[in-house]
Ligand binder design. Structure first.
Ligand code: SIN
Length: 298
């Protein structure tokens, strides 16, 4: 145990004080003064949750925490979701998905292309993710950024006629749709088993949702998981989704997270989408992801 940890654990009942500093762009706040390996009171968790809702992405620097501590901290925000690709669960931690480009003994140790297109995690579930937490384990000296787009601001900036066109529409989100597309680019992706396919049938969600905590309207379709908008011809749906995707990911709407060692990043999947280009294999990059369950989108 490091001296630092010893000192902190010698003060039982002492309360950590922390600050939440907005990053000033379209998304993001940094929390300083907080160690996620130490207990947090309910009102402190509520402040962090409020920061998540207000800023969409919350960054905690230099968190030297174990997988058990990541799971415990994540659970303070709701039940955790277990990813369907069980081969990339961290051993002994089904709630942790390994995101990694590292190959050992000829086999990938994690999901290399988890962020290979813009998406909101688990939007293909009846109850998509409230938010996800990514803890860096090993980072390359260059590249490996994660980009986040603000889908509440994206809605606010839609022209009135597009809002009218989308009002009341639903879209299909499908894990298998994305998997098969990425499979053409990623040779490691084996065929899904029937059991896995059955676990993630396609679902329909409103194209415009209302964030359950902020009350803001959200543009809830993504390049990754949205196969089509229901009730319009497929080519029109394809064109519309392309336009919406370009609108969501306009540079002024995007925060780029440059990873530092032991960063923990918590993002709101209800009001953001994210993307991380695949990092080449010689630039080793591994992160652990936990995913908190949200509500049925409305
Ligand atoms: C993800 O989509 O959860 C992974 C993002 C990343 O690799 O930065």
């Amino acid at each position: 145990m490091s001296v630092d940890t010893l000192e902190r654990t010698r003060a039982p009942g002492s309360r950590q004080s922390f600050e939440i500093r907005p990053l000033g762009g379209p998304l993001g706040a940094e929390v300083t003064g907080l160690n996620l390996d130490l207990p947090l009171a309910d009102d402190q968790v509520a402040s962090l949750r409020a920061a998540l809702v207000a800023h969409g992405v919350v960054v905690f620097r230099d968190q030297r925490i174990t997988p058990t501590q990541q799971v415990a901290f994540s659970r303070r925000f709701g039940p955790l979701q277990v990813h369907v690709l069980n081969r990339f669960h961290l051993q002994g931690y089904p709630e942790i998905l390994i995101v990694s480009n590292v190959v050992e003994d000829g086999k990938p140790i994690g999901l290399v292309d988890a962020g290979a297109d813009w998406h909101s995690d688990l939007s293909y579930m009846p109850k998509p993710s409230l938010g996800a937490l990514l803890h860096s384990q090993e980072l390359p000296a260059e590249r490996g950024d994660t980009l986040y787009a603000n889908t509440a601001d994206a809605y606010d900036r839609l022209p009135a006629e597009t809002r009218k066109l989308l009002a009341g529409k639903t879209a299909v989100h499908s894990y298998v749709y994305r998997y098969e597309r990425l499979r053409k680019l990623s040779p490691w992706r084996p065929e899904l088993t029937q059991k896995q396919i059955d676990e993630v049938p396609p679902v329909q969600h409103p194209v415009i949702t209302t964030h359950p905590e902020s009350g803001r309207k959200i543009l809830f379709v993504s390049e990754g998981f949205t196969s089509h908008i229901v009730g319009i011809p497929r080519d029109e749906s394809d064109d519309l989704l392309k336009q919406l995707h370009a609108h969501i990911t306009r540079p002024e709407n995007v925060y780029t997270h440059k990873w530092q060692p032991h960063d923990m990043v918590f993002w709101d999947n209800r009001s953001t989408q994210h993307y991380a280009a695949i990092t080449p294999q010689h630039l080793r990059r591994t992160l652990y992801r936990t995913t908190v369950e949200g509500d049925v989108p409305r």
